[in-house]
Design a protein around this ligand. Sequence first.
Ligand SMILES: [Zn+2]
Length: 278
Amino acid sequence: MSESNETNVSLKWQDFRVAPEGAKIEQNLNNPNIRYENLSNTQKEWVKCAIEVVGLPTRNISFVRYEENTSENQNWLGSVNNADGSMRIYSRLGKTDISPEKRIGTMYHEGVHTITAFDDKNDDFYGSKEVREEVKHYMKSVADQAVITGIPLNEYHASLLAALGKKEEDGGITIGRFYRETEAILSEMRATDTESLSLVQERQQAVYEFMQLLHDPSVEGYEFTRLASGTDSSDLVGVEKTLAILHRVESKAELEERFDKIRKFAKENPSPFIVEPN
Ligand SMILES: [Zn+2]
């Protein structure tokens, strides 16, 4: 039969609107009435579908707003303010040097900020207070490990690492902010850039083992914190355990399926939204 040749139909964002696995997340963990501000209809469709394909609970998102970058935030791609439930998407996200994976990765990153384990109002996303506390502890260990080994997760993490310990007026950030960004960056990378994350893990482990060999006091009493499993493992390891809970899936295979879909969406729908005039 010749029909089999036609199965490679590309998925459009409309196809992601009815994501059956999205239904697995309980109703009360989602906001069915997110408002969209300053977006054209096409832009709004893309954002809606991106949020849906990301598949994280949306209860804490009240509205999504598009904004032009200013001289003060010229590198920002997205931001979240949990005080008013706003998520912002900046014009920089539509620039051609931002890859499709980075665009959807940003949506994932901001989504994680809205359900952070560092907020005790978020217990039910994690199933219980105990699990949320465990996730918080894990994210702190990952952040500390980047500090100790001197190896950040990505470029943005490197800039945050450099800002740690500086005064606020010199662009410094608090350790709390560093923890929450680590949580979002780690999750984003596992969902949309797992190859880079594996490389980071290898490099951190090599440095860590070398420091142990030298009896460096900063690694004494520390166990190496795994970031994720390798591609050959079928176990949920490191951040994968957290993401499996947030996505309400049981296995690494199911989680991988989610991430495949996210990356596929990104490739096939490389954001029509930002470049077009509003
Ligand atoms: Zn962030």
